[in-house]
Design a protein around this ligand. Structure first.
Ligand code: SF4
Length: 193
């Protein structure tokens, strides 16, 4: 008799508010949840501190992906060719591929933190047939205000960088607005340099 493979439940912590709120929201609903964080090696100190805090709150390990293969590693492999919106090798190598490696071959339910007010977004798309994505916030109609409330009520609050920046990810991300570059300059002059 062929033994059926166990279904894994995976939730990616990005260091941002939505995935943090989803982890809190799902904590008691799915006891077998596994958490992971695809560290680019160029995260803000505030992001890393928030992920540590989340780990304490959830009471479970958040597996760090990309050990030894960070942004600089892939930059070198790409002949120092920086990623751009048209050639976004960073997302493929630092987010999508490590996620797929972490998934392996077992059937997986991937919990995606897209809110009900973000119907236009899809999140990272994987073509692996053993991954099925679910969208609890979309399904339950939770929007941005609900997410802020979940974080407030948990006592974690918003990640600190939201005072001057609207997203998690690499401190030098090319998607930043001018005002966020200025925020980087004021809050982390050494990283700005
Ligand atoms: S945060 Fe920006 S630079 Fe970093 S992996 Fe994502 S898209 Fe690329």
């Amino acid at each position: 008799m062929v033994k059926e493979k166990k279904v894994r439940h995976l939730l990616g912590i990005s260091g941002g508010k939505d995935s943090a709120a989803l982890a809190i929201y799902m904590r008691d609903k799915e006891p077998d949840m596994e958490y992971f964080f695809a560290d680019t090696g160029a995260e803000l100190p505030e992001t890393l501190a928030f992920v540590d805090l989340m780990e304490d709150y959830l009471g479970k390990e958040i597996t760090r992906l990309n050990a030894g293969r960070d942004f600089d590693y892939y930059l070198k492999l790409n002949g120092n060719f920086l990623p751009t919106a048209r050639s976004r090798w960073c997302t493929t190598n630092l987010k999508l591929k490590p996620f797929e490696e972490f998934v392996g071959n077992n059937p997986v339910i991937s919990y995606v933190a897209i809110r009900a007010d973000e119907a236009y977004r899809e999140g990272y798309v994987s073509t692996k047939s053993n991954i099925s994505a679910v969208y609890p916030f979309k399904e339950d109609g939770l929007n941005k205000d609900d997410i802020v409330k979940i974080l407030d009520e948990s006592g974690l609050g918003m990640p600190k960088y939201y005072d001057w920046r609207s997203r998690s990810g690499c401190y030098f991300c090319f998607y930043q607005r001018k005002v966020e570059w200025m925020g980087l300059h004021d809050n982390h002059p050494e990283l700005f340099e």
